[in-house]
Design a protein around this ligand. Structure first.
Ligand SMILES: [Fe+2]
Ligand SMILES: [Fe+2]
Length: 209
C-alpha cells in the first residue's frame, strides 16, 4: 500500500512536496510513539495528508460539493483550503482507507478542529514542523514543545500559522482560531491538573513563545 501511494504521489505532486509528505509521515510515526498513539494509523494519515495538494480549485470545489461538504465563504474564495478534506476523499476512494480517525486526521491537517483526537493533533503538528519546514530557532523550539506536550504544540503551530497569515495580510479561517483557543485551554487545564497534584509543571508548559 505505501509503495502504491508513493507511486501515485510521484505522478500527482511535486518532488519538493513529496519530500515534505515523507517528512510528515516520519514525524507522525515518532510523535505517535511518544504520545501513545497507533504509529501505523499516524503513518497512513501522514503519508496521505496532502494527496489533493495540487488539485486545481475547480476540481477541489466539485469534489467538495459531490461530498456535500460545507463550503463556507472563506473556502469559497480560497478553495485551496479544501485540499485537506479532499485528500481524505482521495484516501478513501483511491486507496480504500475506511478508518474514520485516519480520514478525519487528514481532513483536519490544515485548520485543525476543537476537540480533535490525538491522532489529528499529531498530523497537524507534523505538517507544520517536519524537518523540511526549516531549522529556525522558533521551529526548533516548537518541535521540542510538541515532543513534550502535544496540545501546547498544536497551540504554538496555530500561533505560528496565524502570525504568518497576519503578516501576509491574508484571510484567516475562523476554524484556525477555534482550534488555537481549544489547544490553549486544553494546555491550561493540563497545567492546573499537574499543579494540583503538587508536581513541578512540565518544562514544555513554561516555554515562552
Ligand atoms: Fe496540506
Ligand atoms: Fe502538508
Amino acid at each position: 500500500m505505501r509503495e502504491q501511494v508513493i507511486t501515485w504521489l510521484q505522478e500527482n505532486v511535486s518532488p519538493h512536496r513529496l519530500q515534505h509528505i515523507l517528512g510528515v509521515e516520519q514525524m507522525c510515526i515518532e510523535l505517535a510513539h511518544r504520545h501513545q498513539v497507533d504509529p501505523k494509523k499516524a503513518a497512513t494519515a501522514g503519508l496521505m495528508h496532502d494527496l489533493a495538494k495540487f488539485f486545481p480549485p475547480p476540481k477541489l470545489l466539485a469534489m467538495a460539493r459531490d461530498e456535500k461538504l460545507e463550503i463556507d465563504s472563506v473556502c469559497a474564495t480560497n478553495p485551496h483550503l479544501l485540499h485537506a478534506e479532499v485528500s481524505a476523499i482521495v484516501a478513501r476512494e483511491q486507496f480504500g482507507v475506511k478508518d474514520r480517525e485516519i480520514l478525519t486526521a487528514i481532513s483536519n491537517h490544515t485548520l485543525g478542529s476543537p476537540h480533535m483526537s490525538d491522532l489529528s493533533c499529531i498530523v497537524f503538528v507534523a505538517d507544520a514542523l517536519e524537518p523540511n519546514r526549516g531549522n529556525t530557532p522558533e521551529l526548533e523550539t516548537m518541535r521540542g514543545v510538541s515532543w513534550q506536550n502535544l496540545y501546547k504544540g498544536v497551540q504554538q503551530a496555530c500561533d505560528y500559522s496565524i502570525k504568518y497569515l497576519l503578516n501576509g495580510h491574508r484571510t484567516i479561517h475562523p476554524r484556525a482560531v477555534l482550534t488555537r483557543n481549544w489547544a490553549l485551554s486544553t494546555t491550561k487545564q493540563h497545567l492546573s491538573q499537574v499543579n494540583q497534584k503538587g508536581k513541578s509543571p512540565d518544562v514544555s508548559l513554561t516555554v515562552n513563545h
